[in-house]
Design a protein around this ligand. Structure first.
Ligand code: LRH
Ligand code: MN
Length: 431
């Protein structure tokens, strides 16, 4: 297979041939429509072709809740099979060339070897994720009462050491970001002192920060609640930016879209973090209630568009080091994870492409002149544009599939993997 990609390239070519006529017709018609708006469709296509978002290794398996996890026959059971499935996603959509791994879930003995395997599949790695929200078999100290903020110095030391181990792994994998999400918090008022627990966080995080190599970033991920249900140490962007400013320039804030109360204006949080040079990255997903980890754009694609609208404004007014890491973080409880990742990558690239269509000079003029409806219509005109022909042309131009999900189904990949892979366990929980 070309470039070690798992699916037969001739199948993709054959199916693309059948779709090309209609696609070129739709693309030409969209090109004429955009030209009337002073927009060159080819410029948008090349921006879309250069766009990419990382996939989470843990998103290739079925996710679950505390109630149950329903395994899928043929789902991956280890990092090598996870990389194969990530390669299928990249082969078909061509905008997910990197995998964000999670440790110790993706632990192996030879990380240089893992990097080679990924490269042979046309993949690289993105931010490494530490895990001090679960106890591992044989672990000396439990994280039941916290990790980086535990009152027990031995527990904090263990959690700091794990994060430093993740940095070492990341160096072997050729990445430069460490994502630190901790579930530390309380379930009862009075259970912990809210001030001292934050101070313990700052002290532990400073030790991790000190271990960051040059050029590395520590991405602090806030989350309103879960697994703690009364208070969470890093509960919101305020706690996150205060910690990042306290730690130093390598510390940035990561925005997981699902980690906010319903209806929070996340795009304004993006604008604030960018204003102070602390916008480090994203975990894209969708949600209605809690950290539902649903497919990006599946519930509220307009919010995703508004986030990318802010990101393009930020790009026009770059602060030092505007280079947010784009990653997906989802839990695929009822779909084939590959189909969800294909659908989500499409939704994220769609939001980006629509945001590229906003007439920003017209928007700024309307804003300055308080022409409210003109300002809103500047966004709405872009949002209601069907950009799917641009995404498909960019995909096919890069060797991907005109219709990724239909091509994936035609490949019979999952059935083949069900015959080849051992059944995955059905323990409840995320992985
Ligand atoms: C926490 C989170 C975090 C990951 C985990 C898998 O809810 O978003 O980013 O470590 O999910
Ligand atoms: Mn996340």
């Amino acid at each position: 297979m070309a470039n070690g990609f798992p699916i037969d390239g001739q199948l993709i070519e054959r199916l693309n041939e059948g779709a090309l006529g209609a696609l070129e017709d739709d693309y030409a018609s969209l090109g004429r429509q955009l030209a009337r708006r002073g927009i060159d469709v080819e410029t948008i296509r090349s921006r879309v072709a250069a766009f990419s978002v990382a996939v989470p290794s843990w998103g290739t398996g079925r996710g679950g809740t505390r109630f149950a996890r329903f395994p899928l026959a043929g789902e991956p059971t280890g990092i090598l099979e996870k990389l194969e499935d990530c390669a299928v996603v990249q082969q078909l959509c061509r905008i997910t060339p990197r995998v964000s791994p999670h440790f110790p879930w993706d632990k192996v003995s030879d990380y240089a070897g893992l990097r080679e395997v990924a490269a042979s599949l046309g993949l690289g790695f993105d931010a490494v994720n530490s895990n001090t929200f679960q106890d591992q078999p044989g672990q000396k100290h439990s994280y039941a009462t916290g990790s980086l903020t535990s009152t027990d110095p031995a527990v904090r030391e263990q959690a700091v050491a794990h994060n430093i181990e993740c940095i070492d792994i990341g160096r072997a994998l050729g990445v430069r970001d460490l994502t630190v999400w901790i579930g530390d918090g309380t379930n009862f008022p009075g259970q912990q002192d809210l001030g001292r627990s934050f101070d313990r966080y700052l002290d532990s995080a400073a030790q991790i920060y000190a271990a960051l190599p040059d050029g590395w970033r520590m991405l602090i991920e806030h989350k309103m609640f879960e697994p703690a249900f009364y208070s969470t140490v890093i509960a919101d962007w305020g706690s996150s930016i205060l910690a990042a400013q306290h730690l130093g320039p390598k510390a940035r804030c990561l925005v997981d879209l699902g980690h906010h109360a319903p209806n929070v204006n996340i795009e304004q949080i993006v604008a604030r973090l960018h204003r102070f040079g602390k916008l480090g990255g994203f975990h894209f997903n969708d949600s209605s209630y809690g950290d539902d980890d649903l497919d990006s754009g599946s519930v509220n694609p307009h919010r995703l568009f508004l986030v990318f609208n802010e990101l393009l404004e930020a790009e026009r007014n770059p602060r030092d080091g505007f280079d947010p890491a784009y990653m997906i973080d989802q839990s695929h409880n009822v779909t084939d994870p590959i189909e969800s990742l294909l659908s989500s990558a499409e939704a994220i690239a769609t939001a980006f492409a629509k945001a590229l269509l906003v007439d920003r000079d017209m928007l700024k003029t309307a804003q300055e002149e308080n022409d409210v409806m003109a300002a809103f219509q500047a966004l709405r005109t872009a949002y209601r544009t069907d950009v799917s022909p641009i995404l498909a042309m960019a995909r096919v131009g890069a060797g991907g599939a005109a219709d990724p999900i239909a091509t994936y189904r035609a490949s019979g990949w999952r059935t083949a993997m069900a015959a080849r892979r051992r059944p995955a366990g059905s323990t409840a929980g995320i992985v």
